[in-house]
Ligand binder design. Structure first.
Ligand code: SAH
Length: 359
């Protein structure tokens, strides 16, 4: 089966229909000499019924469907591997894009609903020392349609409604800012899946200028900052972004985000044995965050075979958490899901590439 309706055409000349908002689509469809209401029908097929071909749009004439194929690229993601955890039903999807790149997304079942973790770029250029996604750098940004499609395809494949989205897969979402904003617009559109911004978390390694820009949009999304250290010196050993911005600058940007949106900031803190997990550091972290309406998400570092970092043992993680709580800082230990299926960021994509190059 052809992956898209228009495989034989030059995709570069076609408009990415799934990245258009309804107003743009209306304008475009009218320019084709069609009635405006056709745009609403098409939008409904794309963003509510989640079809993967123009031929499924059965309330359009065959002639119109042909015209659409000539003008638009229908961006879809194609599952090339799906792994289900035997431990907790978490599913990891490896999706192929129309240009042959692969990305990964994760589906997680929680009591409060299903959550999907999506990628925002193919690879990543941020260079965090413990992360598998960044090892080979960034290939390209994902388009809004490709971010949407991860959610759409997973909802179709699982047959279950997605209620929460975390943009914590491969890539740095704020490094793909405009496409991220369009994604946030379309995923929350009442004519589409209508997922509330309050159920969406955007995680950043800390692109300070972009945090300010996002804050000014006053969206109701949760911002998660990957902090991972309580002082600049340690942060610089883990994350190159710390050479550009100090923790003080990061926290000032987060405070501004909170002031503009009223949304509590979430700080991610991956515990790396012997690097950032001592009791003194827990106190230092508590001092740093004191007085803020925030939440700390403690993540036992997921060992990546290309990296030498070791995870902190459970007792020590509990101690770290207790110190934060004693100092009135909200903290939780991230439930580890899908440990048996290459759970960490970028690991499944890497193992896929490795097995392909060994063939
Ligand atoms: N670029 C964004 C979002 C993607 S990573 C960011 O940096 O926030 C999502 C989270 O997983 C980040 O907090 C990241 O630092 C963390 N992470 C990446 N690899 C990890 C690993 N091997 N173990 C634990 N946390 C990891």
């Amino acid at each position: 089966m052809d992956k898209t309706d228009n495989k034989s055409l030059n995709l570069a000349e076609l408009t990415d229909i799934k990245s258009l908002n309804l107003a743009e689509l209306k304008e475009d469809i009218e320019a084709l000499g069609e009635k405006k209401f056709r745009a609403a029908q098409i939008y409904d097929w794309l963003h509510k019924k989640l079809v993967t071909s123009f031929d499924e749009m059965t309330n359009l004439s065959a002639a119109l469907r042909e015209r659409l194929k000539e003008r638009y690229e229908l961006v879809c993601v194609h599952p090339v591997d799906v792994r289900t955890s035997k431990l907790d039903e978490t599913k990891k999807f490896l999706f192929e894009l129309n240009d042959g790149n692969v990305i990964e997304s994760v589906w997680m079942k929680y009591n409060h609903g299903n959550s999907v973790c999506i990628s925002s770029q193919v690879g990543c250029r941020m260079g965090c020392r413990f992360c598998a996604s960044t090892i080979d750098g960034m290939v390209r940004n994902l388009r809004p349609s490709e971010m949407l499609e991860q959610v759409y395809r997973i909802q179709k494949l699982t047959g279950e409604r997605v209620s929460n989205i975390v943009i914590m897969g491969s890539g740095e979402p704020l490094d793909n800012f405009d496409n991220l904003l369009r994604f946030l617009e379309l995923i929350s559109d009442e004519n589409g899946l209508n997922i509330s911004h309050r159920n969406i978390t955007v995680s950043t390694c800390g692109l300070v200028d972009k945090i300010y820009e996002l804050a000014d949009k006053k969206l109701q999304i949760t911002l998660a900052l990957s902090l991972h250290a309580s002082n600049d010196e340690t942060r610089r050993t883990l994350m190159p972004i710390a050479n550009k911005y100090t923790i003080k600058e990061e926290l000032d940007a987060c405070d501004y985000y909170y002031r503009m949106t009223g949304r509590r900031i979430s700080f991610e803190y991956s515990l790396v044995s012997g690097v950032n997990d001592s009791e003194e550091i827990a106190y230092e972290l508590a001092g740093l965050l004191k007085g803020r309406n925030c939440h700390v998400n403690l993540i036992p570092v997921n060992p990546v075979k290309e990296r030498k970092f070791m995870r902190t043992n459970y007792d020590k993680i509990m101690k770290f958490k207790n110190i934060l709580e004693k100092c009135s800082i909200n903290a939780t230990i991230r439930r580890e899901l899908g440990m048996d299926i290459d759970g960490a960021c970028g690991q499944l994509r890497r193992s896929y590439h490795e097995s392909a190059s060994n063939k």
